[in-house]
Design a protein around this ligand. Structure first.
Ligand code: ADP
Ligand code: MG
Length: 352
């Protein structure tokens, strides 16, 4: 496996279309690294630059400690699985998967063995003798994956490789891919716009927006300590309140004044507090606690492991989760006291 470093990488296609706006990052050898962000944020451009298919306007790309910025694609020890899986329609599934090995000069017996093993792994064994045009989009995507994996490159670049699969198979392959990456010790650079997928698969995640890295950290840190409002929203957090300073130890928000968490001295107007739904105390548990508010229940949903309550506090919609053990259940239109412990309030930097 190889490490990858990008320093000051910039790419624009025109004066308006700036795809990457100064990207610095280091991907460790053998790491499952994910680029996560909305459509158009620059994920594919970054992969194409790693593969050597696009040249940056500025900056340096190194793979395995070697500056490859000017090295053509076929001289990099990198394989790519693209969103549009370019398979050979006239070849069988088996020959498609084995194509890269044949190019490397691997002999027939060894090729057959490795292709069959990979097909087993990626659940394609029954299809090996079929032709590409006889297969579904999801099957084609898995063949493209198998074709790249079987070559065991130092670095594998994967551009939304599971996006054409239905939920069940997608979940299975998320686990399988992670397993195969660990087993072969390859460096994976995986692209997705799906925050759940990024969280279950990755060692580390770089969240991208507008061609800039917003945060680079472990899945847990990105989810639990989002670096700014964009990351917080993109990771699916909804209970975000913009703050206004009101003296040293109080913040004002749209639901009323809040007592600060201990680390909030640095907060300024326009920053936000994030209230995790599971930290909101409801009903009797809220009485006598700090940051107590009166909420109206709008809707409630049974979610199996917990109940979800959509609440209205002043003009603000909040979501709270509560386990049903020993809890009184609340119904629509109930007035319910809620409280949020100051230590459970997360502080998040504003976007500007
Ligand atoms: P993502 O993969 O995250 O959806 P892309 O890297 O494909 O994003 O695109 C990033 C930005 O660069 C977008 O604004 C896109 O329109 C622009 N872009 C990408 N490729 C080209 C190109 N070949 N010509 C012009 N603009 C491009
Ligand atoms: Mg893309």
């Amino acid at each position: 496996a190889s490490s990858i470093t990008l320093e000051g990488v910039e790419k624009s296609f025109s004066r308006e279309a700036i795809a990457l706006d100064g990207v610095d990052l280091t991907i460790k050898a053998g790491e499952f690294f994910t680029l996560l962000g909305p459509s158009g944020c620059g994920k594919t451009t970054l992969l194409r630059i790693l593969a050597g298919l696009d040249t940056p306007n500025a900056g340096v790309v190194s793979i395995g400690g070697v500056d490859v910025t000017a090295v053509p694609p076929h001289k990099r020890s990198v394989n790519t699985v693209f969103q549009s899986y370019a398979l050979f329609p006239h070849l069988s599934v088996e020959d498609n998967i084995g194509f890269g090995l044949k190019m490397q000069g691997v002999d027939k017996a060894e090729r057959t063995r490795r292709v069959r093993e990979m097909a087993e792994f990626i659940k394609l064994s029954p299809l090996l003798s079929r032709r590409i045009h006889q297969l579904s989009g999801g099957q084609r995507q898995r063949i493209a994956l198998a074709r790249a994996l079987v070559c065991e490159p130092d670095v594998l670049l994967l551009d939304e490789p599971l996006s054409a699969l239905d939920a069940g198979l997608r979940g299975q392959l998320q686990v399988e891919l992670q397993r195969i990456q660990r087993r072969l010790g390859m460096t994976f650079v995986f692209v997705t716009h799906d925050q759940q997928e990024a969280m279950v698969m990755s060692d580390r995640i770089a969240v991208l927006n507008d061609g800039k890295i917003q945060q680079l950290d472990t899945p847990r840190a990105v989810f639990e300590r989002p670096a700014n409002a964009f990351v917080a929203r993109f990771m699916g957090h909804s209970n975000l309140l913009e703050i206004k300073r009101r003296g040293a130890d109080r913040l004002d928000t749209a639901i009323g004044p809040l007592t600060l968490p201990a680390d909030a001295e640095h907060m300024n107007d326009g920053d936000l507090v994030l209230i995790r739904p599971e930290t909101i105390e409801l009903g009797d548990d809220a009485l006598g606690q700090p940051n107590r508010f009166d909420a109206t229940v709008v809707e409630s949903f049974y979610r199996g492991s917990h109940f979800e309550y959509r609440l209205q506090v002043e003009d603000v919609a909040l979501t709270a989760f509560s386990s049903n053990q020993g809890q009184k259940l609340f119904a629509a239109d109930d007035r319910v006291p809620i409280s949020i412990s100051p230590s459970d309030l997360m502080t998040v930097r504003g976007e500007g």
